[in-house]
Ligand binder design. Structure first.
Ligand SMILES: Cc1cc2nc3c(=O)[nH]c(=O)nc-3n(C[C@H](O)[C@H](O)[C@H](O)COP(=O)(O)OP(=O)(O)OC[C@H]3O[C@@H](n4cnc5c(N)ncnc54)[C@H](O)[C@@H]3O)c2cc1C
Length: 335
């Protein structure tokens, strides 16, 4: 990985430190399990940076009960190169050439070489986040069963900074500030409704006296859980390949994604940086921070470079297309 001047390296170092602190707070049984999982990797092909993350529940900003745990990973940057070079039968070459090949493959949207690496994560998050997450169909999932086990008495209450008004420009997002009083009321209401729902859940299960006649069995777990709100926690294992992982991250570590899922996706991005540093660099350059241009956008750029006036109508863009374009290329704002 790069030096400490690299902001990703600094964030990764901080994440590792926070995870190590969290590890100390775990029960002896949990610590034993983690250490056993990490021993498996001693002779594996994962980079040292990645090995030091495996098995540790990585903390998530603003969500004290959420975590991302790398359970397993297969392959490294060389696996991608090796698979791509099978076409030419010339074997692995120098590192610099490997880097150039990975960048070429991603730049030209090749897919299968990136499917040669797999990752399995354990995600702990609120149900409303899992619901967005599971829209990504190209992964294998196993989720905690609320029929088999009792639901966890854990709920997400947004930190004060996250409590915002509905955005006036983005129908899907948050925007304006709320007053301090309104934030307090909203936070309290979310907390209160969760506590009440949990109480009802436990009553329905028959764990508390009062709802049913003495001696009556409680309601089954699979039905009792339906009173719980969407901020209740769930856990799932999520296994996907690198191609699909980058597609997920491109969509969910993006400012358009809801902050809560984005916070988890950003932790996975750091794990990606530790696992496949060269691919991560290419992902940042071509997918995350790169841009794909439409025919009209290409025309707008060419016209501007030729010194011609350019506006939405001259290149046939709608108002919405133009504002999306200008948001990505502010130099066109004043035109
Ligand atoms: C900011 C944001 C807002 C969103 N808002 C909404 C919303 O309001 N309502 C809503 O319902 N969803 C919403 N979504 C979910 C979104 O529409 C996608 O369902 C989700 O992001 C998964 O993307 P995907 O299908 O590309 O990924 P995956 O399911 O992982 O699929 C990856 C790729 O595989 C291919 N593929 C997979 N399955 C099929 C298939 N059956 N047929 C053809 N090709 C397939 C496609 O090329 C696809 O891009 C939102 C997503 C984001 C990021």
């Amino acid at each position: 990985m790069a030096t400490q001047k690299n902001p990703t390296a600094a964030r990764l170092a901080r994440l590792r430190k926070d995870a190590a602190k969290g590890f100390e707070k775990l029960s002896p049984a949990d610590r034993k399990e983690i250490l056993a999982a990490r021993r498996q990797y001693r002779n594996g092909n994962l980079p040292k940076d990645m090995l030091s993350l495996v098995g540790l529940p990585l903390p998530v900003a603003g969500q004290p009960h959420s975590s991302v745990t790398v359970i397993d990973a297969m392959g490294n940057d060389s696996s991608i190169v090796q698979a791509a070079r099978v076409s030419y039968g010339i074997g692995t070459k120098k590192i610099s050439e490997d880097r150039a090949l990975i960048r070429y493959l991603l730049r030209h949207r090749h897919t299968t070489p990136f499917e040669m690496c797999d990752i399995k994560l354990r995600i702990a998050c609120p149900i409303f986040v899992a619901r967005q997450w599971l829209r990504h169909r190209t992964a294998s999932v196993n989720e905690y069963s609320g029929r088999y086990s009792e639901m966890m008495d854990l709920r997400y209450v947004p930190p004060v900074d996250a409590l915002k008004a509905q955005s006036q420009t983005n129908k899907q997002g948050r925007g304006g500030e709320l007053s301090t009083g309104a934030k307090k009321v909203a936070g309290n209401a979310i907390e209160l409704i969760g506590d009440e729902a949990q109480l009802t859940y436990e009553n329905l299960l028959g764990k508390r006296d009062g709802l049913f006649e003495p001696g009556s069995p409680g309601l089954t777990r699979e039905l009792s859980r339906i009173v719980l709100p969407l901020n209740t926690y769930t856990i799932f294992y999520w296994k996907t390949n690198l191609h699909n992982l980058m597609h997920f991250l491109k969509l969910r570590a993006d400012p358009h994604a809801q902050e809560e899922i984005r916070n988890l996706a950003e932790v996975i991005e750091l794990a990606l940086a530790a696992w496949l540093p060269t691919t991560f660099e290419a992902y940042m350059d071509y997918l995350k921070e790169g841009a794909m241009l439409s025919r009209m956008e290409v025309e707008a750029v060419n016209r501007k470079l030729a010194g011609e006036p350019v506006a939405a109508e001259t290149v046939g863009m709608s108002k919405r297309e133009w504002s999306d374009f200008v948001a990505r290329f502010p130099a066109f704002k004043a035109v």
